[in-house]
Design a protein around this ligand. Structure first.
Ligand code: FE
Ligand code: FE
Ligand code: ZN
Length: 196
């Protein structure tokens, strides 16, 4: 498609993000399978459902601008997903589940940020064209991506905190066996409170 107007620019970039969303629906189930944390699995599953709705919303937008829903291969998303897959491969050799889940989240957040950028730009084009209906639909999707990103940050924070506390405990236990001294009541109490 020749890009010679904001209309054609909007259409071209809609095709790109349409393809990106379809790639994401294939990538999310793999990430869900690789995730250890139930909370993370659940969040990814939830975003898969949201993503299916976003694809439907894009089809609605194509309809509103009198274009057929066509996709144009999104090289950006392909690269982000490929990088995420590298991480899933590394997972098989690792034992730190919290860290591997944090790595999955890192890949997922790169996906969300790409989408936030794409939808923000698309919404602006629609606003420039005075197409409020389309602009609102695009803004709605952008908000969903931002919400997914926020939720992922929250989960990552919890996993990393647990990981840090777990490794602190390992270090403490190691020190204990090292010098043969028993744990102080304080160490026991704080270890107990961390586990709770
Ligand atoms: Fe999306
Ligand atoms: Fe793209
Ligand atoms: Zn998304």
């Amino acid at each position: 498609m020749k890009i010679d107007s904001i209309d054609t620019l909007l259409t071209e970039e809609l095709r790109d993000v349409y393809d990106a969303e379809k790639q994401i629906t294939k990538a999310l189930p793999k990430m869900m399978k690789a995730a250890h944390s139930q909370e993370l699995k659940h969040a990814l599953e939830e975003h898969l459902e949201v993503t299916k709705g976003q694809i439907f919303r894009l089809e609605e937008i194509f309809d509103l601008i009198d274009e057929k829903p066509r996709s144009h291969p999104c090289a950006g998303m392909k690269g982000i997903i490929a990088e995420g897959n590298e991480m899933l491969q590394a997972d098989k050799r690792q034992s730190h589940e919290n860290l591997m889940d944090a790595a999955i989240i890192s890949a997922a957040q790169r996906v969300e940020h790409y989408e936030i950028a794409a939808y923000g730009t698309l919404r602006t084009y629609a606003e420039m064209l005075g197409n409020d209906r389309v602009a609102n639909l695009l803004e709605q999707t952008k908000k969903e991506e931002a919400e997914a990103d926020r939720k992922l940050s929250e989960i990552s924070g919890r996993l990393l905190t647990a990981e840090r506390q777990g490794s602190q405990e390992e270090t403490e236990n190691g020190r204990m066996t090292g010098n043969g001294r028993s744990r102080s009541p304080h160490a026991k109490a704080s270890a107990r409170s961390r586990r709770a």
